[in-house]
Design a protein around this ligand. Structure first.
Ligand code: NAP
Length: 517
């Protein structure tokens, strides 16, 4: 059987033994194995630090941007092959695979674009020089420079392309080499992309390493200048953050974890109106896209009691149209989940939801025998803030729960914030006072808010889409992390340093800071 390879110290390696098996999500048949046993991960990190760091720091932002552009184009050119791999390994429909693969290419391209605009610099000025004493000559200037370590990126199974390479784009632009560790279960797409770049000679010396398989003793070798960006479950995220060596070395850790994203319908929205249809379209897309395996997918749907019947009716119609089946069939909208363990976890979660709430749509009847299928399911409850399981457990599949509420904006804020902090919350209203309460009440609990209204009913990107120019991450349960957001994302990979010196001498050494006016 094919064994996935890791790209370490500029060589393709395989670990000892069989390691973990990867499966075809539709048939359940094994397709590959991945092992990292016996690989020298300490040496791999050291090689990245010394070779990759040196290479990237010798390049300007514009030169790093050109590398990202090449990587983006290569992914786009290989799109159909990558889609076929995603269909087999992750059970993605064509649309689901495009969401991941085009998302990766688009984010690389976006960072290539903003990197180009930074031109020949190798570091960033952070604000203007400021007078720090009475003298106009003695100033303080903040700058950001590339960290001297490796950026370790540990990723979840659900986005083997976008999840990995959105992090890589920011890190390489910041001048920091990466070691990418995809979720093992779906790593075929990640491996294929790095192979593609390698074969086309697109990887600057030492800038990219790839680890396919278990994380092994990787974190035992981190050093002070390394950083870790993790995406996955809150439980594993806590282990990474609390890892003894990570703590001892004060390695910065960014965590993107579970999120009970909510979508709130306001009482001013009439059933059937443009805003109502926008809400229904976006909620139903989140329920079915990638079979609900999206960190940004809506899990809790808040609906004023008087609108519940209309919402259930229209969502039901949409879900009836979402055919479940073989992702290779063009008519299929919902493919299988990615792995047997995901299917087990989701079915267990649905059983728990069924105890707390009432199922109003869907069942697990008539799913194909083979593969990891779960049918879309919708629940309802009027328990509001007291529906503990609904607010605490992210069931990572095609399902969500309707929570009825009075329509009062403060009540909506109380119910949503029971989720303990999320990546995104969407709300739909044309009433500015109501929207202001939601916006200011929910902002402390979220990394992103999405306001749907009649003004944008035909334009919104949907709350489930992460755009590279906007921050991604969220407080509390969502991990407390922040990624992307255009240039903001680079700060995780750079050290901000205040330089105190003579203004004239600083200008000569660092060059002109355009922010000084
Ligand atoms: P997971 O089980 O936590 O695994 C995430 C990654 O951690 C995988 O690469 C895994 O490797 C690795 N890992 C496992 N044990 C580790 C350890 N002791 N030390 C270091 N790394 C370790 O999560 P998942 O099942 O892949 O993904 C689903 C979860 O991710 C969901 O909860 C979802 O909400 C979350 N997610 C969040 C975001 C976001 O942006 N906030 C995005 C996507 C997904 P192996 O695969 O080799 O076990």
């Amino acid at each position: 059987m094919r064994q996935l390879q890791s790209y370490l110290q500029g060589q393709w390696n395989t670990g000892e033994g069989d390691g973990r098996q990867l499966f075809d999500a539709t048939s359940g048949k094994p397709i590959a194995t991945a092992s990292t046993k016996g690989l020298d991960l300490g040496a791999a990190l050291q090689w990245s630090r010394s070779v990759g760091g040196k290479t990237l720091r010798s390049m300007t932002f514009a030169e790093r941007a050109a590398v990202l552009k090449g990587m983006s184009v290569a992914i786009h050119e290989a799109r159909d092959d990558l889609i076929a791999l995603a269909r087999e390994n992750s059970g993605n429909t064509r649309g689901d695979a495009k969401f991941d693969i085009d998302g990766a290419a688009g984010t690389l391209s976006y960072y290539a674009y903003i990197g180009k605009s930074l031109g020949d610099q190798t570091f960033l000025f952070d604000g203007p020089a400021e007078n720090i004493l009475r003298s106009a000559r003695f100033v303080g200037q903040h700058i950001s420079v590339s960290r001297r370590g490796v950026a370790i990126h540990i990723n979840a199974f659900n986005f083997p392309a976008w999840g990995m390479f959105e992090k890589l784009a920011v890190s390489l632009l910041a001048g920091v080499p990466v070691l990418e560790k995809p979720g093992t279960a779906t790593a075929t797409v990640s491996e294929a992309i790095v192979k593609l770049w390698h074969d086309k000679g697109l990887i600057p010396d030492g800038a990219v390493s790839l680890l396919c398989g278990s994380v092994g003793d990787l974190l035992d070798h981190v050093q002070h200048q390394d950083c870790i960006a993790f995406t996955g479950s809150g439980t594993v995220g806590a282990k990474v953050r609390g890892h003894q060596r990570v703590v001892a070395m004060n390695v910065p850790v960014n965590i993107e974890a579970d999120s009970l994203n909510a979508s709130v319908l306001a009482p001013d929205v009439d059933a059937g109106s443009d805003t109502f249809v926008m809400f229904i379209n976006e909620v139903s897309r989140d329920l079915t896209q990638k079979a609900g395996q999206k960190c940004t997918a809506v899990r809790r749907i808040l609906v004023p009691a008087q609108l519940e019947e209309a919402v259930v009716e229209m969502l039901t119609e949409r879900l009836d149209d979402a055919a479940v089946g073989d992702p290779a069939d063009r008519g299929t909208r919902v493919g299988p989940l990615a792995t047997a363990s995901q299917q087990r976890d989701v079915l267990a979660g649905l059983a728990e939801l069924n105890k707390t709430a009432t199922r109003v749509y869907g069942s697990q009847e008539d799913v194909p025998d083979a593969g990891y299928f779960v049918r879309p399911q919708l629940f309802r409850t009027d328990q509001g803030v007291s529906a503990a399981y609904v607010h605490e457990h992210e069931v990572f599949g095609p399902c969500a729960t309707i929570l009825t509420y009075s329509g009062d904006a403060d009540e909506a804020v109380d119910i949503v914030s029971k989720g303990g902090g999320g990546l995104v919350c969407s709300f739909y209203s044309n009433n500015r006072d109501w929207a202001r309460t939601l916006l200011l009440g929910l902002a402390p609990w979220h990394g992103r808010l999405y306001w749907g209204s009649k003004k944008v009913h035909d334009q919104g990107s949907g709350p489930g889409t992460v755009l590279p120019g906007q921050t991604h991450g969220g407080p509390g349960k969502a991990g407390g992390g922040e990624e992307l957001g255009g240039l903001r994302g680079l700060s995780f990979y750079m050290q901000r340093t205040a330089i105190q010196a003579d203004r004239g001498m600083l200008d000569k050494v660092l060059g002109k800071n355009s922010q000084n006016g």
